[in-house]
Design a protein around this ligand. Sequence first.
Ligand SMILES: [Mg+2]
Length: 142
Amino acid sequence: MATLSPDPPSPEKPKAVAFDFDGTLAAAPWPSYASPAADEVPAMCDLLRVLADTPVTVYVISGREESQRDPVVSWLRQHGLAYDELILRPDDDTPGPVAVATYKHTRLKEILKSHQVLLFADDRPDARRLAHQLGIPTVDPT
Ligand SMILES: [Mg+2]
């Protein structure tokens, strides 16, 4: 009887997930930014807390500019949400809804070089559509 040889070591990349911020982790009426007192989007924040105890790399990718980093960091800290990297747009990036979705798409593409992205959660359909084109499963938090 033939014996099965063990599978060769998998070249599998480390796993990651990516969450948008406004309207995905922090409740916000799109296209407004979430206020510092914004409520959580419960399912997404609970999922993020579960992931904190795993080796999965957590990215928060927001269309906000770098100048908005402090309020985002502060909200995440206040809600006890851990993440590995917070990615914001450069302050001089071209503003506008199309630019935001494209920016997230570009950053996700970079992450895919080093990670397997298990899901991308974003309340914006255009951002989800672009992520889906990269083969990333997407979640609508609303
Ligand atoms: Mg959003």
